[in-house]
Design a protein around this ligand. Structure first.
Ligand code: 13P
Ligand code: SF4
Length: 322
């Protein structure tokens, strides 16, 4: 990439990143793009990454479902996941022969932390024959003892595709409760929560309505059901993005990680985003510097124990087939 192309990319984020920082950012972006070419690498970027990553070095951007789908198709030797660890593991499971890198191994997830494979086996013993649907926000070891995965973008479809009256959906209690309201299938769940979305309360929605009566309020399904009920729309980060593409409102409040609003605001200067500030500390661990370091020094490589890789992959593949 030429210097002026990198400059164009950093201009995209000029309202957010000060000019002094953009100069060094441009140099780093140039180096990252050079390394991408040398190593035949791609960078997959989740919607919650900061604009200075999302709008500059990404090859593919999207929600968890899109990143899983793209990871399956990607034609590269190296995949850098600008997201959290379970996303990198998913990419590795779908690309066992490629090098998958996560720029910071501490980029975890409170949902993935909330459940162990043993917890799933205990649930299976308690409810024999009831299929286990695991949210992708789990470890490969948990996926390996589950029947199928889902994301917030396809959870209802997955629940209904199984054709059974009762399912176990782990580990996000709120996602399960939100989906239960949209289907006749009985959903048993777990007590895991996203540490970002669980902090949003129905009183906050009420207050926002009073303060911004003309704004459409969109809530992620990881929010408590009282919050999604009080919002105007609930959907995954990709569904929120589609809502903006369809220009369904001029003023919006997104009840989700706030980098999402920052990223969309750049693509939709005609929409007024009323920003909240709920940052995911795990997503925020990824920076331009550690992406550069990942490509330069091949770190940190993500591998999955071969004893769990096959059944974990099967859970993801079953989801992708739906
Ligand atoms: P989606 O991007 O699938 O909506 O998920 C949100 C999330 O919290 C990912 O960690
Ligand atoms: Fe996990 Fe929530 Fe952060 Fe997503 S936003 S990675 S669900 S803690």
């Amino acid at each position: 990439m030429h210097a002026n192309q990198a400059q164009l990319l950093t201009d995209k984020i000029e309202k957010i990143v000060p000019r002094s920082e953009r100069m060094s950012l441009t140099r780093k972006i140039q180096r990252i793009n050079q390394l991408k070419q040398e190593r035949n690498a791609v960078i997959l970027v989740h919607n919650y990454q900061m604009p200075k990553i999302f709008h500059t070095v990404s090859d593919i951007v999207g929600d968890s479902l899109a990143l899983a789908r793209e990871a399956e198709k990607v034609d590269a030797d190296v995949i850098v996941m600008a997201g959290v660890h379970f996303m990198a593991e998913t990419a590795k499971l779908l690309n066992p022969n490629k090098t998958v890198l996560i720029p910071d191994t501490e980029a975890g997830c409170s949902l993935a932390e909330s459940i162990t494979p043993q917890d799933v086996l205990t649930l299976r013993n308690k409810y024999p024959g009831v299929p286990v649907i695991t949210y992708v926000n789990t470890s490969a070891a948990v996926k390996a003892v589950s029947d199928i995965c889902c994301t917030s973008g396809n959870a209802k479809k997955v629940v209904e595709a199984l054709g059974v009256p009762r399912v176990i959906m782990i580990p996000d209690e709120y996602l399960a409760q939100n989906i239960a309201q949209q289907t006749n299938v009985e959903i048993l769940t777990w007590k895991g929560h996203c540490q970002v979305h669980e902090l949003i309360a129905p009183e906050d929605v009420e207050q926002m309505r009073q303060d911004h009566p003309n704004a459409a309020i969109l809530a992620h399904p990881e929010c408590p059901p009282e919050v999604t009920a009080a919002a105007d729309f609930s959907g995954s980060t990709a569904e929120m993005s589609d809502f903006m593409d369809q220009k369904r409102a001029q003023n919006v409040i997104l009840l989700t990680e706030c980098s999402m609003s920052d990223n969309l605001a750049i693509n939709h200067p005609d929409i007024n985003f009323i920003r909240l500030c709920n940052l995911c500390p795990h997503m925020q661990r990824i920076t331009i510097d550690n992406i550069l370091d990942a490509l330069e020094n091949n770190r940190y490589e993500v591998n999955v124990d071969p004893s769990i890789a096959e059944p974990a992959r099967l859970s993801i593949k079953r989801m992708l087939e739906i």
